[in-house]
Design a protein around this ligand. Structure first.
Ligand SMILES: [Zn+2]
Length: 250
């Protein structure tokens, strides 16, 4: 059976001499495995569209156990991001998170939209990467069913000053009511308001806010920590991104 769908390549694996196995987040079929025959052959029609981060309109043969790429025309290949090592590393992390979160069958269309908006922002540098990353992480967690219960005031008493975010509770607390579970991050410099904005704004506007350095650092700590705690795992691509960042600090 032939299926037409739009899809983003999250992972590519070489098989044999010239073929590739792709992990694709698609608009209508969820996350699928697609075999691309001859994609590695010189001058292949499908070479560019089967690369990591490529978003294309695809025509696929749907077999019993997997899909085979029939043809594809590129919609967005995010070329500019491929010119910067840090941008590539962040985009790879975004794809790894999408890969993990799209294992569930529901909500993959929204995840795809968030992924495309994020790759576009990284590629076109519409916002600093230090802002794109936490906004993506928090919104992705919300789409995957881990939306924090609240972050603007203490969950126990409603206090709005001096708040900490507890990743294990998914809520904010004042110093008095902060649970002793550890791993909490102080919400500073407008980070709490930024979190509320990221969780409630229109999908297209998630990177359209600005924060000072203190707020941004706080937001980065909270969102990364929250994602790792909720998913109970680390990410190789994230370690690599951090390694690159510490290397450029000198
Ligand atoms: Zn309190």
């Amino acid at each position: 059976m032939l299926v037409k769908t739009a899809g983003l390549v999250l992972r590519e694996t070489r098989i044999g001499e010239a073929d590739k196995l792709l992990c694709v987040l698609s608009a209508t079929e969820g996350k699928i495995t697609v075999k691309a025959r001859g994609a590695l052959r010189k001058g292949s029609r499908t070479g560019a569209v089967t690369g990591l981060f490529a978003f294309s309109e695809m025509t696929l043969f749907k077999g019993a156990s997997r899909y085979t790429l029939n043809e594809a025309s590129p919609v967005e290949l995010f070329f500019p991001l491929r010119e910067r090592v840090e941008s590539m590393a962040l985009a790879a992390y975004v794809c790894e998170v999408l890969d993990v979160l799209s294992d569930a069958d529901s909500g993959t269309a929204e995840l795809l939209r968030l992924g495309l908006n994020t790759l576009y922002a990284i590629s076109e540098q519409t916002a600093p990467e230090g802002l794109i990353k936490p906004a993506f992480e928090l919104r992705a967690m919300a789409l995957a069913g881990y939306a924090p219960a609240g972050c603007g005031c203490c969950a126990a008493c409603g206090a709005e000053e001096e708040l900490w975010f507890s990743p294990s509770e998914g809520e904010a607390f004042c110093r008095t009511h902060l649970p002793p579970t550890g791993g909490s991050h102080r919400l500073r410099g407008g980070a709490a308001e930024a979190m509320e904005y990221i969780l409630s704004c229109d999908a297209k506007r998630i990177f359209s806010f600005r924060l000072g350095e203190e707020g941004l650092q706080s937001l980065q700590g909270v969102c990364e920590n929250y994602l790792i705690q909720c998913l109970g795992r680390g990410f190789k691509t994230l370690e690599y991104y951090h390694k690159l960042q510490s290397a450029t600090e000198f």
